[in-house]
Design a binder for this molecule. Structure first.
Ligand SMILES: [Ca+2]
Length: 202
């Protein structure tokens, strides 16, 4: 037995194979971590300046006067085991209208950063204090079984066992979101937007 242990530690080929196996394992761990980058995201565009208060920013990628009229918020890392709370707060500096866009995080291909990876996330129970979001539970459908009050992605997933509440929820990713326009806001009225979000259930 001692002879084999000696060979294991002293043979360069075995050592090299062990090192290679370690790096392969480590790379698999990194890939798993990349998969865990999944977050839900909400963007706001507004007719008036909006001041971020909690868990959101005026995004750096939007320049000019639209910079202070825009917000972007990201959730905590999503879980496929449970719905988690996603909350952010801001204050409009004047009376106006906002547009809310629900999307997923901007995740790029590890080998080609110009390509976005299609990582879906779920939203349900979207609501606001200080403003009114209509059909935030995604339960109201028109005669074509499409979501009322939302544009963009209008087909909900109907599965009461998976929904955070009711029968329906939505799945979105960075390039395919749900949009609600013309949400009325008041000057200096703090707005808190909350939602339930999760990673798709396997
Ligand atoms: Ca629902």
């Amino acid at each position: 037995m001692g002879k084999y242990i000696y060979i294991f530690y002293k043979t360069p080929t075995v050592l090299i194979l062990c090192i290679a196996a370690f790096f392969l394992w480590n790379n698999q761990c990194l890939l798993a971590e990349n998969d865990d980058r999944m977050q839900a995201r909400a963007d706001i565009s507004s007719t008036v300046n909006v001041k971020p208060l909690k868990n959101c920013t005026n995004p750096g990628w939007i320049k000019g006067e639209d910079h202070s009229r825009s917000l972007s918020a990201s959730s905590a890392v999503l879980s496929s085991e449970e719905w988690i709370d996603f909350t952010f707060e801001f204050t409009p500096e004047a009376d106006g209208e906002i547009t809310l866009v629900l999307i997923g995080a901007d995740i790029r291909d590890d080998n080609d950063k110009s390509k976005r990876v299609e990582k879906w996330c779920y939203f349900d129970e979207v609501s606001a204090d200080g403003a009114t979001i209509l059909n935030g539970g995604f339960e109201e459908l028109d005669d074509n079984s499409m979501l009322r009050e939302w544009t963009g992605l209008r087909f909900p997933i109907s599965d009461p066992e998976k929904a955070a509440s009711g029968d329906n929820f939505i799945a979105v990713w960075h390039n395919r979101g749900a949009i609600q326009k013309n949400i009325q806001v008041k000057a200096d009225q703090k707005i808190t937007i909350t939602a339930k979000v999760r990673k798709p259930i396997k």
